[in-house]
Design a protein around this ligand. Structure first.
Ligand SMILES: [Zn+2]
Length: 78
């Protein structure tokens, strides 16, 4: 991860961002709320299945992503 990406992840991880997103999404899906609760914790940006770092590009597009790209492509229950 480059220093710039690290800074961006830190910004994403900011509680202010969390609240900003919540304000923008009054009907926030439960899935996204769950992800937002992870923001500010070490769990944010970490795959819940394999504990590897989720690429920042994926977090930008899918902030509520809980798993990395490779785990996301695998069928559930596997
Ligand atoms: Zn994974």
């Amino acid at each position: 991860m480059t220093p710039q990406e690290r800074a961006e992840l830190k910004a994403l991880n900011d509680k202010g961002v969390n609240e900003h997103v919540l304000r923008q999404n009054r009907n926030t899906p439960e899935r996204l709320q769950s992800a937002l609760r992870r923001i500010g914790t070490d769990a944010f940006g970490t795959c819940v299945r394999c504990s590897s770092q989720i690429p920042l590009g994926r977090l930008r597009r899918v902030p509520e992503a809980l798993v990395c790209v490779s785990c996301g492509e695998k069928p559930r229950g596997g």
